[in-house]
Design a protein around this ligand. Structure first.
Ligand code: G3P
Ligand code: MG
Length: 348
């Protein structure tokens, strides 16, 4: 007879379903793993009663570092190897806008990190709020750059610079000063600092990497997120100009982000597991009804999705028991381990 190679059951990888995880409030809180997260990852890697491995990706609205750097952190935090090939953060899709504008303002994050992320994406000329403050220290009446910030900031002639777009890559560390600079640009003539548009209709466009009003960090209660910065900017802009601010947000719950995730998952399954077809079901585990559950459900109901995106809400982050989530998940469980077990069981 012929010999058929047998795959031992402990290494069998399912090709019919996959998982996608939100990070803050599901796997981490304030940079530390949620206790059940490490176990949940082990279960996906074959430590379950069926000896089956399940492919998975990560889809966070957070950011502020390169995907590579973030995966190094996440690998340490979750005690397993995580690759950029299975990781999308809030600003990852901004990569696709790198050729659209020449000079851009990049806001948010620690020190110089977001400038480096943007340059890594191929943005050709990246300005930071620090560059602007270094050039003109009257920009922010109540803050001076520290020596380190000043060293990180680049000197240039802003009188000759047209900033073509504003990108908020990650959470702002200095809301007031960053908002001042953003308002200066939004009300300028063609993104030229020091000018004012008469009818406020010449400012550059503004993009946010996500729109989370609140998120789940180390504090027992949720913290203000980039969506809160966006709403306050809208309110300030409206009071000053009398006009509505038009802005764009990436991240969850935008359907484009889920399309991006679909492509990444497809590539990841192909490259690392040799699976050449789309999964029937993608279990998405999240803690924020407005981003995670809304996005998963709306993507699933849209014509854009070719698989069944199944939303699972956990109770370890933004969503708390006793309130009714504004977007209804297909399943609610206590934590990410229960979510993983629920999905695997449902497939058996
Ligand atoms: O700033 C990060 C936060 O708004 C959300 O992160 O992982 O819950 O999508 P995540
Ligand atoms: Mg979250």
């Amino acid at each position: 007879g012929t010999l058929t190679p047998v795959t031992p059951p402990e290494t069998a990888t399912t090709d019919s379903y996959a998982f996608a995880f939100d990070i803050d409030g599901v796997l981490l809180r304030g940079g530390r793993p949620i206790p059940e997260a490490i176990e949940a990852m082990k279960v996906l890697n074959g430590q379950n009663e069926y000896g089956i491995k399940v492919p998975y990706i990560f889809l966070t609205n957070g950011g502020g570092k390169t995907e590579q750097e973030r995966c190094v952190d996440l690998s340490r935090q979750l005690e397993l190897e995580i690759s950029p090939g299975q990781f999308i953060c809030g600003h990852t899709p901004m990569r696709e806008m790198a050729q659209k504008y020449k000079t851009v303002l990049v806001v948010g994050g620690e020190g110089e990190k977001c400038r480096l992320v943007a340059e890594g994406y191929g943005f050709r000329d990246v300005v930071t709020p620090g560059d602007i403050m270094k050039d003109n220290d009257r920009t922010t009446p109540f803050r001076r750059l520290t020596d380190k910030e000043s060293r990180n900031s680049r000197v240039r002639n802003f009188g000759e610079t047209e900033i073509e777009a504003i990108f908020v890559f990650a959470d702002s560390r200095h809301w007031g000063d960053d908002q001042q600079i953003i308002i200066d640009l939004l009300t300028s003539k063609n993104g030229r600092l020091g000018t004012r548009s008469k009818d406020y209709d010449e400012g550059p466009p503004i993009y946010f990497s996500h729109n989370d009003l609140i998120w789940s960090a180390a504090h027992e209660h949720t913290r203000l997120g980039m969506g809160a910065l966006r709403s306050s900017l809208e309110a300030i802009y409206k009071s000053i100009t009398g006009k509505d601010l038009v802005s764009t947000a990436f991240g969850k719950p935008q359907l484009g982000t889920f399309q991006f995730a679909t492509r990444l998952l497809q590539q990841w399954r192909k490259d690392t597991h040799g699976i050449n077809k789309p999964p029937e079901t993608v279990y998405f585990v999240g803690d924020t009804p407005e981003s995670d559950i809304r996005g998963t459900n709306e993507f699933n109901e849209s014509k854009l999705s070719e698989n069944d995106w199944y939303s699972i809400l956990v109770r370890t982050g933004v969503f708390k028991e006793g309130t009714k989530p504004r977007y209804t998940p297909r399943m609610t469980v206590d934590n990410v381990l229960d979510a993983v077990n629920h999905g695997i069981k449902r497939e058996m």
